[in-house]
Design a protein around this ligand. Structure first.
Ligand SMILES: *[C@@H]1O[C@H](CO)[C@@H](O)[C@H](O)[C@H]1NC(C)=O
Ligand SMILES: *[C@@H]1O[C@H](CO)[C@@H](O)[C@H](O)[C@H]1NC(C)=O
Ligand SMILES: *[C@@H]1O[C@H](CO)[C@@H](O)[C@H](O)[C@H]1NC(C)=O
Ligand SMILES: *[C@@H]1O[C@H](CO)[C@@H](O)[C@H](O)[C@H]1NC(C)=O
Ligand SMILES: *[C@@H]1O[C@H](CO)[C@@H](O)[C@H](O)[C@H]1NC(C)=O
Ligand SMILES: *[C@@H]1O[C@H](CO)[C@@H](O)[C@H](O)[C@H]1NC(C)=O
Ligand SMILES: *[C@@H]1O[C@H](CO)[C@@H](O)[C@H](O)[C@H]1NC(C)=O
Ligand SMILES: *[C@@H]1O[C@H](CO)[C@@H](O)[C@H](O)[C@H]1NC(C)=O
Length: 422
């Protein structure tokens, strides 16, 4: 059944191994934080999770608007639809307000992203950045953002950079909380781990959603394909085109300790063995097809299309397939139908939850599958049911999956690969 994809996989593995240049030729930046929708005592932070679902839906809604403008939705996935904006109206009952306030400190400490440093301008101004393979634009706060949301942020000032250039147009993206991140467009030198891209388009934003105010990150760097971008060529593609990167590969290690992004190859000290590559089906997202979802030695869904998104905390799948998946876990039940969360008995952790793309089964550990207790006996699973408008059969694999593997993203081969974490 997967003969065809295996051939491609093997060819990719071989061509990687045969490469005269070692994979380890780039540089690494370390991330500071790990994600969690879990409170300090192990409970599921429902209010934070609901906010996260809205954020994820709106992020991908914004992506699809860009895709429609760039290449048309019909050139993307079958069944892709721009869904209505996921606002925060009806679900705001009093109890969720109460929870929201009581967890705000936790949110600050346990943010749902991984951040590292990047600099913009000449001389370089440093920013704390969320590196997101599920979007393609770079934005940071502008010195002209005078709202309290920007007060504790690092800010970009065009007057302080000799290489700053204004560009025509504006940038806008709506995340959660019904608020917009927007600003003008500039080009400047962007440096990540010593790798410079000059004349890189980005947005110094003058409007920043209040939900970002309490977070440690200043902005986001998108590592997706140009078709996903509002601003043109994304950083990694610019750096590759300008020759600043020889090997068009970057690798993610997301773990409790020593998380990092490696640019210009993969960090061979972070994984064992070879990387199992799979071809990107459409150069928009880091999307690979022919996936199977496995639980307890049974394949519960096959021929899935998967998007690997470091900017998403958990895993989202089409509601009917997610329902079928949880049916395999005795004692599991729908916990929150509006947001697609399921619970399962904490004492009977589902065994061997894995995704495979015709090769090895890449398992999700019991620890990574559990995103917190919902009661003294039930825990919430990292797989949630959600239609994000990305197309039929499409799954979004976020950090809950990526934490289990080393992930390589190859622009040279248009492939995503996985390897065993060391
Ligand atoms: C953050 O999460 C970790 C584990 O996920 C936990 O040990 C820690 O106490 C949490 N911190 C806060 C402030 O909630
Ligand atoms: C969200 O924004 C829209 C358009 O500005 C507005 O009509 C709506 O009332 C807002 N919703 C909330 C919850 O603020
Ligand atoms: C901020 O405003 C000043 C004055 O209008 C302008 O020169 C500058 O380009 C603006 N943007 C940034 C990012 O500094
Ligand atoms: C960009 O936004 C500014 C300020 O809101 C506005 O004056 C300008 O007309 C906008 N430019 C474009 C091309 O939309
Ligand atoms: C899955 O298969 C392996 C190898 O055949 C076996 O050792 C294990 O017990 C099986 N697990 C379950 C939950 O059936
Ligand atoms: C992956 O797991 C499925 C379900 O247990 C099994 O059929 C398949 O053979 C496994 N693949 C490998 C390479 O072990
Ligand atoms: C797998 O999915 C693709 C795209 O949705 C479809 O064209 C193809 O026929 C499917 N293959 C199988 C074996 O179901
Ligand atoms: C990875 O390789 C090292 C050295 O060969 C070995 O010590 C370690 O156990 C391996 N780790 C895994 C997860 O296979």
């Amino acid at each position: 059944m997967f003969v065809k994809s295996n051939v491609v996989v093997l060819a990719l593995i071989l061509s990687t191994c045969a490469s005269p240049v070692p994979e380890e030729a780039g540089t690494r930046i370390d991330f500071q934080k790990r994600n969690a929708l879990t409170t300090e005592d192990g409970w599921f932070d429902h209010a934070a999770a609901v906010r996260q679902v809205k954020y994820d839906k709106n992020k991908h809604r914004g992506n699809l608007i860009a895709v429609q403008r760039n290449i048309g939705l019909e050139a993307f996935n079958e069944g892709a639809t721009i869904l209505p904006y996921a606002g925060d109206t009806s679900s705001n009952d009093d109890s969720s307000h109460a929870k929201r306030q009581s967890v705000s400190l936790t949110d600050q400490e346990n943010d749902s992203y991984w951040s590292g440093a990047l600099s913009i301008g000449t001389p370089g101004k440093s920013f704390v950045i969320d590196f997101d393979t599920g979007s393609a634009d770079l934005w940071v706060p502008s010195a002209n953002c005078t709202s309290s949301t920007c007060s504790k942020k690092n800010k970009y000032s065009s007057a302080s950079s000799s290489t700053s250039m204004p560009r025509p147009g504006n940038f806008t993206i709506v995340y959660g909380d019904n608020s917009t991140v927007s600003g003008p467009i500039f080009a400047d030198t962007v440096t990540v781990a010593g790798i410079k891209a000059t004349k890189q388009s980005f947005s110094p934003v003058t409007t920043l959603s209040p939900s970002f105010g309490s977070e440690a990150r200043d902005g986001i760097l998108g590592l997706g394909y140009p078709a996903l971008s509002q601003l043109g060529t994304p950083y990694f593609f610019t750096a590759k085109a300008q020759g600043a990167i020889k090997i068009g590969v970057f690798g993610f290690k997301l773990a409790k300790t020593k998380s990092s992004l490696y640019i210009g190859g993969t960090d061979m000290s972070a994984y064992n063995g070879s990387i199992e590559y799979h071809p990107v089906s459409r150069q928009v997202y880091w999307q690979i097809g022919n996936a199977n979802l496995v639980i307890s030695n049974t394949t519960v869904a096959s021929n899935l299309s998967t998007i690997i998104d470091s900017g998403t905390t958990i895993i989202y799948g089409p509601p009917s397939q997610v329902k079928t998946f949880y049916r395999k876990i005795p004692g599991s039940k729908l916990y929150d139908s509006a947001n697609g969360f399921y619970s399962y008995p904490c004492s009977s952790v589902p065994s061997n939850v894995a995704f495979n793309w015709g090769g090895k089964n890449w398992s999700i550990s019991a620890t990574n599958f559990n995103i917190g207790k919902a009661s003294s006996t039930q825990c919430i699973g990292a797989i949630a049911a959600q239609d994000l408008g990305l197309g039929s059969n499409v799954w979004l694999l976020g950090d809950s999956f990526m934490k289990n593997v080393y992930t390589a993203f190859s622009v040279d081969q248009n492939a995503v690969g996985f390897a065993t974490l060391r």
